[in-house]
Design a protein around this ligand. Structure first.
Ligand code: SF4
Length: 490
């Protein structure tokens, strides 16, 4: 990261001016936070393409719509999950999550504690205005005891979350609290949070004059900022270096609408972040190179393609479908994991009915050497159908030069429409090999791998052995190899 000299900032360079005017109410603290974020980025000298903003839902999350960077405005409470995937896929990016007290501590509270626990290298700014602003002033997890909201007209009786204490307890390696009343200190905190390697959590006390201020007779924006100032105790740098920070949050009961609080860096520790740990694991156990001679030509041949070993292959879309309880989803997962283990890109999407057994079930696996834009496909190159219902529902999606595998004892195939049809005794083979039809999914997996070479056999076997479906690696491999044998050239 380069640190630019604190040159004069022209905010317009960082804003989507075509999105103006913004929707924030006059005096809303979120605008102050937005400017502080832009100043921090400016100070760090980061280029637009080096930073991505991810937000959830709420007034705070809305500010992401105004910044001229790559932005993801996601679903309620889920920005940390989107951000985690993004960061793991693109570790060089600075990923800033903007969330609110409702988005990040109520519906998204679970994601927050696990992102902190995993120490994902993200900068999470939680804008805490102690109320749900966008939806009309309902009480939030941070509404202080005694404070009024639209659903607590007599004052909240529940204790409020201390967001910093929560993040610290969950394992965040950087925890800080800033406030809109002290915007320049806020710049510093954002810079420090962005420079920290690991999960950095910055709670920003913001103001909602429209609801929190109005319900609690706190005045408009300026009066609320003044109230913040008079209740803050700034934690100095010396304290921040200590493991134990006395008075984090406040040990005193926070009755009323304006509790005492501490601000500054409350906790900082160095510990490996999730991405670094995954990279180290991959280095310690190198993945087998993709498409060894003899392993890559088959899928293209099966599809009528021409890609040779060592060249980039386009996406292969495989759908496995059957009934709940047949292990369809697991078979798809094994296939996707094996492809990834072999150095290719893969996605796995699953769907099943509410029944634990017997309902429809499907898994969709897309494997490619290039980028996979979307984890679902309208058309498929290979279909495995273990039930008549699955065949009837999905056969029309199969490409004319595709590969169809059905359990011949379940699915009478009437016409093939040009594609290669392999009617195989899948459940019967599992019964013969294992003494039970449980394992038909692995037989089917063996057949589709043998026919398409979507993943190297060796990689699939390693994944199967590691996951031990059914509790026995040996039996699982027996079933998989029996499926391979069904389609082996005679
Ligand atoms: S409702 Fe509150 S939080 Fe939302 S924009 Fe208005 S003042 Fe800001």
């Amino acid at each position: 990261m380069t640190t630019a000299a604190a040159s004069q900032i022209d905010y317009r360079e960082y804003l989507r001016l075509d999105m103006m005017p913004h929707i924030l109410c006059p005096g809303c603290g979120h605008g102050i936070v937005l400017k502080a974020i832009l100043r921090a980025i400016h100070r760090l000298g980061l280029r637009r393409e080096e930073v991505v903003f991810v937000s959830g839902i709420g007034c705070s999350s809305r500010i992401v719509g105004y910044v001229d960077f790559c932005t993801l405005h996601t679903t309620h409470g889920r920005p940390l999950t989107f951000a985690t995937g993004l960061k793991l896929a693109r570790p060089a990016l600075h990923v800033i999550v903007i969330t609110g007290d409702g988005d990040g501590l109520a519906i998204g509270g679970n994601h927050l504690i696990h992102a902190a626990r995993r120490n994902v290298d993200l900068t999470c700014l939680l804008l805490n205005n102690a109320i749900y602003g966008m939806t009309g002033g309902q009480g939030a997890p941070t509404t202080p005891e005694g404070a009024r909201s639209s659903i607590t007209p007599g004052g909240a009786i529940e204790p409020a979350f201390d967001a910093c204490r929560l993040a610290l307890g969950a394992g965040a390696s950087f925890v800080a609290r800033g406030l809109t009343a002290q915007p320049l200190q806020l710049d510093d905190l954002i810079v420090q949070a962005m420079e920290h390697k690991g999960f950095s959590f910055l709670e920003v006390l913001s103001d909602c004059p429209e609801f929190f201020g109005r319900y609690n007779d706190l005045g408009r924006g300026p009066e609320m900022l003044q109230a913040q100032r008079s209740h803050v105790e700034w934690i100095g740098a010396a304290l921040a270096e200590k493991q134990y920070v006395p008075g984090l949050g406040s040990d005193a009961p926070s009755h009323g609408a304006a509790p005492a609080f501490n601000a500054g860096v409350l906790h900082r520790e160095a510990r490996p972040d999730l991405g670094a740990q995954l990279a180290q694991r991959a280095k310690a156990a190198p993945i087998a190179p993709a498409r060894r001679p003899g392993l890559a030509a088959a899928p293209e041949a099966a599809r009528g393609g021409t890609a040779a070993s060592g060249t980039a292959a386009g996406p292969m879309r495989i759908r496995l479908a059957g009934a709940g309880g047949q292990g369809i989803v697991l078979a798809g997962l094994l296939l996707a994991e094996a492809a990834v283990a072999a150095g290719r890109n893969a996605t796995h999407a699953q769907a099943y009915g509410p029944e634990s057994r017997g309902g429809a079930s499907k898994a969709e696996v897309i494997i490619s050497d290039g980028e996979i834009e979307f984890p679902c496909a309208d058309r498929v190159d290979a279909l495995v159908a273990l039930t008549r219902e699955a065949y009837d529902r999905y056969v029309s999606l199969l490409e004319p030069d595709g590969t169809l595998v059905v359990d011949r004892d379940q699915v009478p195939v009437e016409s093939t429409n040009g594609f290669a049809c392999h009617a195989l005794p899948i459940a019967a083979t599992a019964q013969q090999a294992l003494g039970t039809t449980m394992g038909a999914n692995l037989v089917a997996l063996g057949a589709i791998v043998g026919l398409t070479a979507a993943a190297p056999v060796e990689a699939v076997e390693r994944v199967v052995a590691a996951r031990r479906p059914g509790g026995s690696a040996e039996r699982a491999l027996t079933a998989f190899r029996a499926g391979l044998a069904l389609v082996a050239p005679s």
